[in-house]
Design a protein around this ligand. Structure first.
Ligand SMILES: [Zn+2]
Length: 262
């Protein structure tokens, strides 16, 4: 399907449901950089997995690599004045923030903008402060120069139990899902309003890491809605299941590159 056809589909749609996938983590790209890859591995080994999305963002900034953010901004421009909602399984918060209005985005895998108790003792996730960001940045600066990962509590202590705070994302050992539940409620309500409306489903770069968040439910939404059109963009797994094969298209391309050409 030509890009022009998709733009026309967007223009004609009443509502647009967007899914942003793992491709927007740009992990593959960053892993080509030896320092970034080694840092990422060291964080994982030292139980600092929750810091990897922030580390990736740090490395991307150092390299001046902002292709994913630029691509999503392009999408945002195209969707301007449309009634749309974005669901992201990418933990790249810069991408999610670029995607659109705050009240029209949900990140079920979390990201780098909130922090939580490492034990998930029941306290609510809170926003990461400027001070936190500065400490993380210093820590990454050291890691980039080959220093050890041992850092002590970087993001302060939990107000309830006094344990360390970590970034609120799915790589945390005890991920606190309360961090996105309010947004999820908004999404569910928005989704109810899509019934009988001309809905365009745009699934971009979503792999099989968390298929129950975007891939499978999006297919269902498209199958149930008589007026839906489903567009899946993915480098490798771009095929559509049989139920929606006649009302959609699968495009075999990297989603970031595809958006860049749209
Ligand atoms: Zn706690």
């Amino acid at each position: 399907m030509e890009s022009g056809d998709i733009l026309e589909r967007i223009r004609q749609a009443d509502m647009v449901l967007v899914g942003l996938g793992e491709e927007f983590d740009t992990e593959k790209l960053l892993q080509q950089d030896e320092v970034c890859r080694q840092g990422s591995e060291a964080l994982g080994r030292a139980a600092y997995g929750w810091a990897i999305p922030a580390w990736n963002a740090y490395c991307a900034a150092r390299k001046g690599e902002d292709g994913a953010v630029r691509a999503v901004k392009r999408l945002r421009d195209i969707l301007e004045n449309k009634n749309y909602f974005v669901v992201s399984v990418s933990t790249n918060s810069a991408v999610v923030q670029a995607a659109g209005r705050e009240d029209r985005v949900v990140s079920p895998c979390g990201g780098t903008v909130k922090k939580q108790c490492v034990k998930n003792c029941g306290s609510e996730p809170v926003a990461v402060s400027d001070d936190d960001r500065e400490k993380l940045n210093d820590f990454f600066e050291g890691l980039y120069q080959g220093k050890s990962v041992e850092a002590g509590p970087l993001l302060g202590k939990c107000p309830s139990c006094g344990c360390e705070m970590v970034l609120n994302n799915i790589l945390a050992e005890n991920y606190n899902e309360k961090g996105y539940l309010d947004d999820w409620q908004k999404y569910m309500k928005w989704l109810q309003g899509t019934l009988n409306r001309k809905l365009l489903v745009l699934e971009l770069g979503v792999g099989m890491k968390y298929p129950s968040v975007i891939r499978w439910p999006f297919e269902k939404v498209a199958a149930y809605n008589q007026k839906a059109f489903f567009c899946r963009v993915n480098e490798k797994i771009y095929q559509l299941p049989q139920e929606i094969s006649t009302k959609g298209c699968g495009i075999s391309q990297n989603a970031i590159a595809w958006l860049g050409e749209l």
